[in-house]
Design a protein around this ligand. Structure first.
Ligand code: ADP
Ligand code: MG
Length: 611
């Protein structure tokens, strides 16, 4: 028996579920659906983005609606127009075997008269953004006096966006006797206030941990000088040749600007923000889904509706104003059981916010360095080698082979390989030769306001099969300390760092005196406070520190030159592979659908050529 059947869903829904190809219910669905079907109760459900919340309320709602009545019985409030349309679409799919069930979307930026007309025809379910809904209620274009089910979807985000008053207003027009279901990814104070105010003893459902970011996602941050932000972004992209990413900017303007620069530099990029027409946005999303766009630069609001699995990286080009928003950003990756990386590019002055975010997501960040030119060249070289080894031979080439072979007569295999790879390698090498180190120097302490905490060095690391979590566990157990007493665990290859409250520092040293782990002598030492200084180390001598650090590499990092002001021509590194496979669609389509204006484009060119 199908697991959906066990939840109590009827045949019309089960058939639609089958059509959509859903095989097993997600956790939030499994927990919410039976309760919502059997009882008339209020509910608060907390689950991360991408966990299937729409169906968790959508299935029971549809099953409970009386199709014979044309009255509006269900109201779903959702923060943005994108989400509103997405939910409406999903509900229409779910209810395709329910004859006479009408779901209507109500949102700003479209004709209010058209929407009113649709409602007049009879809409048992309305999916609305709070602003437009409030407007229509005031103008008496909708009647919600008989609704039985009210769903607040992405409640945290609605409140983030300042819809508290609209929501309160709208709810005051609904009957007292109804069920209210609140769905949210996080549970900030404001959400629990709403729950208290509008709900009666709600059933609480939590999937995963409260307030937790997506656990399949690892979080990294990079400290740079603000002027190097864009160059850093490009390095991150170049160091991840298979990147399929959403890049978040704070404003529409920055979103557009960064996308344009990326396109100019030969990346398959496009912008997604509220100034684009719906049609333009649909085009961008279509290209993104089809992977013609590898880097989608978006504002928070525009990205809310993105439901694309397989996103490998989320890059916070700028941190959001509200750090709570970070959860929504990072939740774009690590979906559907896949793992993902959320990267944050921060300047020194912003670095302190990382700590606040860690608290919200309940996970630690790993501080990473913007890769240098040599690393990128290596990554690209091996990426290419890998691609070539996987490539199927195209026998159309056979007929040209004799003449090609003639050209290379007398070359050994090794010489041939060297020549062949030099074609690509030289391109990246020339571009990145003399590239600057983009990592901010000097004190970049993220935890400056941490108070009295002591940082330790320990001579075990990734080589000893530790990651930050297992090392933290090991330290907690060894030192007999509580959950929050060991923090800032940072694991390097053969050594690591961690912090412990200064009052316990002596004890830490004492415990680790003559301590052995798997037969190895463990060396723990107090380090200097500044993160910047730690990295310049080598002083420390033991622990295999020497020769492991990137600083030991011989690659030149002259102080002048580098990425800034350099423009990739059409045969530049980024454009080579990316554009060749889908010329005319990827980058170019991105250009068009990104709605770039030629004046901005040319001003970028002007600025570049001045350098
Ligand atoms: P959330 O609202 O929690 O962010 P959604 O409801 O938008 O998540 O669902 C995310 C994606 O997962 C959607 O594309 C949806 O169609 C799909 N989905 C939902 N439930 C299931 C399921 N049981 N099996 C497979 N896919 C599902
Ligand atoms: Mg949702």
């Amino acid at each position: 028996m199908n697991k959906f059947e066990l939840l109590g869903l009827n045949d019309a829904l089960l058939q639609a579920i089958k059509d959509m190809g859903f095989e097993t219910p997600s956790e939030v669905q499994e927990k919410a659906i039976p309760i919502l079907l059997q009882e008339d109760t209020d509910m608060v459900a907390l689950a991360q983005t991408g966990t299937g919340k729409t169906a968790a309320f959508g299935f029971p709602l549809i099953q409970k609606i009386d199709v014979d009545s044309r009255k509006t019985q269900g109201l779903i409030l959702s923060p943005t127009r994108e989400l509103c349309l997405q939910i409406t679409n999903e509900l229409k799919n779910y209810s395709k075997y329910f004859k006479g069930l009408n779901t209507v979307a109500i949102y700003g930026g479209a004709s209010i008269t058209d929407q009113a007309a649709q409602i007049k025809k009879g809409a048992q379910i309305i999916v609305a953004t709070p602003g437009r809904m409030q407007d229509m209620v005031n103008r008496r274009l909708v009647d919600i006096s008989a609704i039985q089910y009210c769903i607040l979807d992405e409640a945290d985000e609605m409140l983030n966006m300042g819809f508290y008053e609209d929501i309160t207003e709208i709810l005051s027009h609904t009957p007292k006797e109804k069920s209210t279901w609140l769905f949210s990814a996080t549970m900030p104070k404001e959400v629990s206030t709403i729950a208290k105010k509008f709900m009666r003893t709600p059933v609480e459902i939590t999937v995963g941990t409260k307030n937790m970011g997506t656990s399949n996602v690892s979080h990294e941050y990079y400290v740079i000088n603000a002027r190097d932000r864009y160059a850093a972004l490009k390095r991150l992209a170049d160091a991840n040749p298979d990147i399929f990413s959403v890049i978040f900017c704070r404003t529409k303007r920055d979103t557009q600007k960064v996308a344009e620069q990326l396109i100019e530099d030969g990346y398959n990029a496009a912008a997604l923000h509220g100034d684009l027409s719906q049609n333009q946005r649909d085009l961008v999303m279509k290209s993104f889904r089809a992977r013609q766009i590898q880097m989608l630069v978006a504002t928070d609001v525009a990205a809310r509706g993105i439901d694309v699995d397989d996103i490998t990286h989320v890059i916070n080009y700028q941190l959001p104003d509200e750090i709570e928003t970070y959860t929504h950003r990072s939740g774009r990756t690590g979906r559907a059981g896949k793992s993902g990386v959320s990267m944050v590019i921060v300047s020194k002055s912003e670095a302190r916010k990382i700590k606040g975010i860690e608290r919200i997501i309940g996970q630690s960040f790993e501080r990473k360095e913007i890769p240098d030119g040599r690393e990128i060249c290596e990554v690209q070289l091996f990426h290419l080698a890998n691609e070539i080894s996987k490539t199927e031979i195209n026998h159309e080439i056979d007929k040209y082979l004799p003449s090609i072979a003639e050209l290379f007569e007398g070359l050994t295999k090794e010489e041939l390989l060297k020549k062949f790879f030099s074609v690509e390698f030289t391109r990246f090498f020339n571009y990145y030769n003399n590239a600057q180190d983009l990592n901010a120097k000097g004190s970049t302490e993220v935890y400056e306001d941490e108070g009295d905490s002591t940082r330790f060095f320990i001579n075990v690391g990734a080589k000893d099969d530790f990651d930050w979590m297992s090392l933290k566990d090991f330290l907690k157990a060894t030192l007999d300390l509580g959950k929050d007493d060991v923090n800032r665990v940072e694991v390097k290859d053969s050594f690591s760092f961690f912090n412990v409250d200064s009052s316990k520092a002596e004890e830490v040293i004492r415990i680790f005196q003559d301590f052995k782990h798997q037969g190895r002598h463990i060396n723990v030492e107090i380090t200097k406070k500044s993160a910047g200084k730690e990295r310049s180390g080598g002083r420390r001598g033991g622990g295999g520190y020497k020769g492991k650090d990137k600083g030991e590499r011989s690659f030149d990092k002259p102080s002048r030159g580098g990425d800034k002001g350099l423009r990739r021509s059409s045969d530049s590194p980024a454009s080579g592979k990316r554009r060749s496979s889908d010329a005319g669609t990827g980058g170019r389509k991105g250009k068009k659908s990104g709605g770039r204006s030629s004046s901005i484009e040319s001003s970028i060119k002007r600025r570049r050529s001045k350098k």
